[in-house]
Design a protein around this ligand. Structure first.
Ligand code: PMP
Length: 468
């Protein structure tokens, strides 16, 4: 099953997609006259052009060509309650109706309420809000460096923390990591970043033994998202906590994906691991641009007056924006109040969704495996990533394995399937997604039919392809 040439299948899918989406195609022509590649976020810009969305509600989207798309991308995995949930839109609508909600550039009570909930639900002592996960992880790194007076940042290979200078090292793996993955920064940035391997406590310990005195902070996702939808093992996170303590380094848990996804709080708690700093984003914004750094008071205080604003985690015209924080307060309260119903339901539908994907491909003789499900630590999960391993016994526990074209059919999962799903009115990016709390039986039934057709189509494409 290796090295399948998908050129013909991709051409057929592209052709069909063009015919099926004339309005989105025409809009793309225009978009590219004004926007680079027709948009503002590379991974949204599907080739040959993205479907342009006109409406989004619950599990569904509608596009310019009138297709109703079952969506598993759910706003970059931010929409835990589905698109435009009424609990949020009604609250924001009422605020706007009352003539408030837009930018004030002042400080109000909402911030206190949001920070209080975050502290109560995560064990953090202080919070500061900003507008994106990228900024939040960057500031958390600065805090770690300033506090320790050290310069080395350790991160996990394949871990995505946003496009800031240190986040752009050690993301894409092609036999090795390639240094800084953008032009416009100095290569010296790469020397400040030590890349370690996810879920490998042995290598982690070795890195600490060798460089521990220089490591300011170790930033890691407890559930690696872009790196393959893989939970950390208990042993790995425990080792991370133990080693950072031993060497006086700061442990930053990047919970931008995992925060409030598995419970109404951080996922570190499920591991019994309390980080020095945690970063939240996505879900906590309730569909608005909010992110937060939350953690130990003595660390966080470096941004404040007591420490003479030593770390300039500050500025941000739209930081702690009133409408955004109203959405944050609303969703956090909702998740806390409904925790016992929402999370088991997400886990149950998540599991059925993963099984549905796998079964459809396996029925066609294509080995498929979904990562992202329950683990020794996680009681269940709404996340998934579909992989096509070449061997049944392959353990997909690191990004390097998940995206190694020698062991998994990465071309199929990353490049071919997006269009194949869309032709069946299902949307996800790079075979990666999540169910929301409103994905239900009807969506599962729809998905089952769609998956069967996609799998049949892929099988036919593989059969007629030249196998090199
Ligand atoms: N950390 C993680 C784990 C993420 O998945 C992301 C975004 N996908 C970020 C940080 C960056 O967040 P944002 O896109 O809000 O800047």
């Amino acid at each position: 099953m290796q090295n399948i040439d998908y050129t013909q299948l991709l051409q057929d899918l592209t052709e069909e997609y063009r015919l099926r989406n004339p309005r989105s195609a025409a809009m793309d022509e225009k978009a590219r006259q004004y926007l680079v590649d027709g948009g503002s976020h590379a991974i949204r810009l599907l080739q040959p052009f993205p479907p342009r969305i006109t409406w989004a509600r619950g599990a569904w989207l509608r596009d310019e060509d009138g297709h109703h798309l079952l969506d598993y991308w759910q706003g970059h995995l931010g929409n835990l309650l589905g698109h435009n949930p009424e609990v949020i839109t009604a609250t924001l609508g009422a605020a706007f109706e009352a003539g408030v909600g837009l930018q004030t550039g002042m400080t109000e009570g909402l911030q206190i309420e949001c920070a209080q909930i975050l502290c109560q639900q995560t064990g953090a002592e202080r919070v500061r809000f900003t507008t994106s996960g990228t900024l939040a992880t960057m500031y958390a790194i600065w805090l770690g460096r300033a506090y320790t007076g050290r310069d080395l940042i350790m991160k996990v290979g394949g871990g995505w923390h946003g496009a800031h200078p240190w986040g752009l090292t050690g993301v894409s793996y092609r036999d090795e990591y390639q240094g800084v993955e953008t032009e416009g920064l100095t290569e010296a940035i790469a020397d400040e970043v030590l890349v370690t391997r996810f879920n490998d406590p042995g290598i982690l310990s070795d890195h600490f033994k060798q460089y521990g005195e220089r490591i300011a902070c170790f930033i890691v996702e407890p559930f690696i998202g872009a790196g393959g939808s893989i939970p950390a093992t208990q042993e790995y996170l425990e080792t991370a906590r133990q080693m950072t303590e031993q060497y006086g380094s700061i442990l930053i848990l990047d919970e931008v994906i995992s925060g409030f996804r598995f419970r109404a709080g951080d996922v570190g708690a499920l591991y019994g691991v309390r980080p020095d700093l945690a970063v939240f984003g996505k879900i906590i914004g309730g569909g608005m641009p909010v992110a937060a750094v939350a953690g130990r008071a003595d660390l966080m205080e470096q941004v404040g007056r007591a420490k003479n604003h030593k770390v300039k985690f500050s500025g941000g015209t739209y930081s702690a924006h009133p409408a955004s924080l109203l959405a944050t307060k609303t969703i956090l309260n909702h998740l806390v109040a409904q925790e016992a119903e929402i999370y088991p339901r997400l886990a149950a539908f998540g599991e059925q969704t993963r099984r549905t994907f796998e079964a459809a491909f396996i029925q066609e003789g294509i080995l498929a495996r979904c990562t992202g499900g329950e683990s020794e630590v996680l009681p269940g999960s709404s996340l998934f990533r579909i992989h096509f391993p070449f061997r049944d016994d392959l353990l997909i526990n690191t990004p390097e394995i998940a995206f190694d074209p020698r062991v998994c059919d990465v071309q199929l999962s990353q490049n071919v399937l997006g269009l194949a799903w869309l032709l069946e009115d299902v949307h996800m990016l790079h075979s990666h997604g999540a169910v929301s709390s409103v994905h239900a039986e009807a969506e599962l039934a729809f998905l089952e039919q769609a998956s069967r057709r996609v799998a049949r189509r892929v099988k036919a494409g593989i059969d007629s392809a030249r196998i090199s």
